[in-house]
Design a binder for this molecule. Structure first.
Ligand SMILES: [Zn+2]
Length: 423
């Protein structure tokens, strides 16, 4: 135990893993990197979202559209276009809560989760205005992982032309995603991906901010190729300001459950859950409304059971977009849903000065069970006829001259239309 603790301290002293690094032995998000103003800032963010007078009329119906450019750095010449589109489709499904595996969310969390109303599209033009399919390709045999202890500043070599990578497109206007091999020089693979949080986001330590040279998301190629993998969703969550559900304890704290992401609807957990889906897990007993660990949360480290963002996380991401990445998105105003109305039945009767024939015509819809009733002025039922076709012709030649009331009724006896007729 003493040896392992010593190694952990050494790692902390020597260096940090990339921001938001997933599937790694984390070390960078200890007590010192957890910024005090986060609670206050987050409360303000949520209040802003929840207060109609502040959020503006468009807010509840807006979807943020973010252009994406994929930077492939690989030795292969071939780009798998279908895979590229599949990954963006999965990202969109996850952020719109349209992913098929939402059915696996436990019912106790259902009221907490939400649609982020954030979508991603492959960029159709370059920063210079040239047509684009939303990707670049850099061919080489390089790997870009960093070993434990390597300074964090060395984690971004895939983002510079001079070190075998490719510089980002305008980071204010595009979400840059580098897809490369994150194997380290020692031959290990510590991270499946990492991301830079928004510049100046108060809930992150400044050392992780992404500036115009490095801002974006990095995904290891093996994660990119792995079907159903949620690394991209997790990392884009970081890119939009989310921290891990655990609040990233250093691992050295003697006070369990001390850290939190400060988001009100993510149950507190003692540390990231590593690659398991044991739903009996409840690492922190909360004083009020205790809940088990939400293993389904994209910002945990669980494996195949992640399928949801909470409404609090959604509020934070949208607020980060509006305040800290406000130049990157287009707004789509969602069309309000038409309230459900039973379709009006349009019925015509003609002529109203009858000779021998009376025509009843349904002009836009027809259902069986309608019938025609003709009354005389004393209210006596003179004609009754079931209508079996949209156009019905009734012989009224036998009626004596006078005024009549003709009504078309539905199966329930409700009058659809009524008309005075002269014979
Ligand atoms: Zn992460």
């Amino acid at each position: 135990m003493a040896v392992r603790l010593c190694i952990a301290i050494m790692v902390c002293l020597l260096g940090r893993t990339p921001a938001g690094a997933q599937d790694s032995l984390r070390c960078g998000f200890g007590r010192g990197s957890f910024n005090v103003p986060y609670d206050q800032w987050y409360r303000h963010a949520v209040e802003h979202i929840r207060t109609p007078a502040k959020r503006g009329a468009a807010e509840p119906d807006t979807t943020y559209i973010i252009p994406v450019v994929l930077h492939y750095i690989q030795q292969a010449f071939i780009i798998d276009y279908q895979l590229m589109h599949d990954r963006i489709a999965q990202l969109n499904a996850d952020f719109r809560r349209r992913n098929a595996d939402t059915i696996n969310l436990r019912s106790i969390f259902r009221s907490r989760v939400g649609d982020a109303r954030i979508e991603f599209v492959l960029a159709d033009s370059t920063p210079d205005g040239l047509p684009s399919q939303g990707y670049t390709r850099t061919r080489n045999y390089l790997t870009f992982g960093i070993d434990k202890g390597t300074p964090y500043s060395q984690a971004h070599k895939m983002k510079f032309d001079s070190t075998g990578g490719i510089k980002p497109w305008d980071t204010r206007k595009y979400l840059n995603i580098w897809i490369c091999d994150l194997t380290t020089p020692m031959g290990f693979k510590y991270t499946a991906g990492f991301a830079t949080p928004p510049f100046n986001s108060p809930n992150w330590s400044a050392q992780y901010y992404g500036d115009s040279l490095i801002d974006g998301v990095v995904i290891d190629r093996s994660s990119w190729l792995s079907s159903g993998n949620r690394t991209l969703t997790h990392e884009v969550g970081h890119y939009l300001g989310l921290r891990h559900v655990s609040g990233d304890p250093s691992g050295l704290s003697l006070e369990p459950c001390l850290f939190d992401d400060s988001i009100f609807d993510t149950p507190r957990i003692n540390g990231q859950n590593l690659w398991h889906c044991d739903k009996s897990t409840n690492t922190c007993i909360e004083a009020v409304d205790d809940m088990p660990d939400m293993l389904e949360n994209y910002m945990d480290y669980t494996a195949d059971c992640r399928n949801s963002f909470t409404k609090g996380q959604v509020a934070l991401m949208r607020y980060c977009l509006k305040t800290l990445r406000k130049d990157i998105f287009d707004l789509k105003i969602d069309q309000p849903k038409e309230p459900y109305r039973e379709k009006e039945v349009r019925v015509m009767m003609y002529p109203n000065v009858m000779q021998d024939k009376l025509y009843v015509e349904f002009t836009d819809s027809f259902s069986q069970g309608n019938h025609l009733v003709v009354y005389d002025m004393l209210g006596r039922k003179i004609v009754e006829k079931t209508l079996v076709e949209p156009l019905t012709v009734t012989d009224v030649g036998a009626l004596s001259g006078g005024i009549y009331i003709a009504a078309v009724k539905n199966r329930a006896g409700d009058v659809l239309t009524e008309q005075r007729l002269l014979k």
